[in-house]
Structures are given as C-alpha cells and as structure tokens.
Design a protein around this ligand. Structure first.
Ligand SMILES: Cc1cc2nc3c(=O)[nH]c(=O)nc-3n(C[C@H](O)[C@H](O)[C@H](O)COP(=O)(O)O)c2cc1C
Length: 180
C-alpha cells in the first residue's frame, strides 16, 4: 500500500545539521509554490512568505532571537543557532484572524514535504517568536518584510543535510480512538 508520497511523509525528519550548500532559486520557488497551495480557511490566503537567503539577515534574526531567549531565561547551548546554519529560511506571517496560525502550519508542512521530495531537508522553527521579546516589532517586521497588519507565525529553515537522516522519534501510543 505504501506509495512515494507516504514513504516521503514517513521519512521526513526535522534536520538540525546542514552543509553550507545554497538552495537554487528554482527549487526554492517550487517549495514556496507548494506552500501557497496549502489548504487555508475560507481560501483567504492572507499569509505572507518572507524568503531569506541573505546570510547577514539570517544571522541577524538568529542574534535577535537568542537575545530574546536569554532575556526570558530560556536555557541553550552557547553556540546554539536557531536555524542550525541553514542557507535558506522562510518566515510565515499572516493577518490576525481566525485560523491564521493553522493556515501557516499547513503551508510549512507542505513546504517541508515538497523540499524533501527535492532532496532538501528542513526544520520548522517556532523559536523565532522570541525575537519580539528583544527588539521592537516594527524594526523586526521591517527587517524580515512582514507586511503591515500581519503577525509573525512560524519559520522553517531549509538546507542539504550533513550526515544521515535522523532516526525517527518513537510516536506515542494510545492516542488513536476509532469510532466505527
Ligand atoms: C510549530 C512547530 C515549532 C517547532 N519549533 C522548533 C524549533 O524552534 N526548533 C527546533 O529545533 N525544532 C522545532 N520544531 C520541530 C519539532 O521539534 C519536531 O517536529 C519534533 O521533535 C518531531 O521530530 P520530527 O520532525 O523529526 O519527526 C517545531 C515543530 C513545529 C511543528
């Protein structure tokens, strides 16, 4: 019964170790297109994709986020990098209204699977929200081009994996009930 899509879904892992090989524009475009084709409530498509391949900007987001985490007392390794030095990052933001966070969740998952199908790994990163505990939201939104009236939801970083695909994490038992 397993087909390629199912195999891909079961083989996807959050990857946290990347080479510095950049992702070509064509692959990135396809990944974004798959994000844009994600299901979204009432088909409002009121989300925004900030696609960041500029190393300096990625480093700046990392720096601000780590400072926000430190301010909140969140423990981390000294050399922790929120994007694991990945060469490409997409920050999803959306208009603040019903289901916007869920819509962005659908989009990041679509992009993660699309990337995987192209041999590109990824990690969804929610920690970027800590940026807002360090810097002025207006400055951050300007840095990552989040449009006015939109709010940061989640980020995802992409890159080529350094080493083997991580082992799957065991899934919890007893979380399914069938009502037949
Ligand atoms: C909304 C969301 C936020 C996440 N934020 C982070 C994060 O900030 N940093 C990180 O390393 N992984 C993050 N992850 C990845 C999860 O840790 C990961 O999906 C989970 O441990 C299961 O592992 P797997 O994706 O390899 O199956 C996030 C995942 C989701 C869905």
């Amino acid at each position: 019964m397993k087909n390629q899509v199912i195999e891909l879904l079961l083989d996807r892992r959050s990857v946290r170790d990347f080479t510095n090989q950049p992702i070509d524009d064509e692959s990135l475009k396809l990944i974004i297109e798959c994000g844009m084709y994600a299901p979204n409530a009432k088909n409002k498509q009121n989300w925004h994709f900030s696609v960041i391949t500029n190393r300096d900007v990625i480093e700046e987001i990392n720096r601000i986020t780590l400072a926000g985490m430190d301010r909140l007392g969140i423990k981390r390794e000294a050399d922790y990098h929120i994007f694991y030095h990945a060469p490409a990052v997409i920050i999803l933001s959306s208009m603040i209204e019903g289901f916007s966070e869920m819509n962005c969740g659908c989009a990041v998952e679509n992009m993660s699977i699309a990337a995987k199908s192209l041999g590109i790994d990824s990690c969804i990163v929610g920690q970027t929200r800590f940026m807002y505990h360090q810097s002025n939201p207006i400055d951050i939104n300007r840095l990552v081009k989040i449009p006015e009236g939109y709010e940061h939801d989640v980020a995802i970083c992409f890159g080529y994996r350094n080493g083997p695909n991580p082992e799957p994490k065991p899934r919890k038992e007893g979380i399914v009930d069938y009502i037949k």
